[in-house]
Design a protein around this ligand. Structure first.
Ligand SMILES: [Zn+2]
Length: 147
């Protein structure tokens, strides 16, 4: 796999500095590449302190999501835009929109439909990202089915 991910370390501009934060930017896409994006995640996906969420609820199980939660501003589109995704919500709450490519069907993101509830956060399906070893991530099982 070729990857253009880079490791960056934020340099404190003023003393006293907090512990340096390491982040990594991953490139991702849907299968047909209509959508291409980069996602900056801190800590890096394979860092022992990073947890990737695997949920057993009806939609996550079907889509095979492995999710991280990042700010909208940490997702940058190279091709396509957020508005061009097909969005799926379901009863009774329609609380979460599931973003998939209308061409190839890849499930890339999920996002709250309520701007007041984590409105600036995207759940990113790390299965759509490149540049890391999926087997090296720490997966946290979440029992969404019981919620
Ligand atoms: Zn696609």
């Amino acid at each position: 796999m070729s990857s253009s991910s880079t490791t960056t370390t934020t340099t404190p501009s003023a003393a006293p500095a907090p512990a340096p934060t390491t982040s990594e930017t991953y490139t991702g896409s849907c299968h047909c590449s209509r959508f291409k994006y980069s996602v900056t995640q801190s800590p890096p996906l394979t860092d022992p302190s990073c947890e990737v969420v695997e949920c057993n609820c009806s939609i996550c199980a079907r889509n095979g999501y492995l999710l991280i939660y990042v700010k909208d501003s940490d997702v940058v589109f190279e091709a396509g835009s957020e508005d061009e995704f097909k969005k799926y919500t379901f009863a009774p709450k329609h609380a979460i929109a599931h973003y998939f490519c209308p061409t190839c069907g890849t499930s890339c993101f999920a996002k709250s439909t309520d701007p007041g509830f984590y409105g600036d956060v995207k759940a990113v399906n790390v299965r759509t990202l490149a540049g890391f070893d999926l087997k090296a991530v720490r997966v946290k099982a979440v029992d969404g089915r019981s919620v």
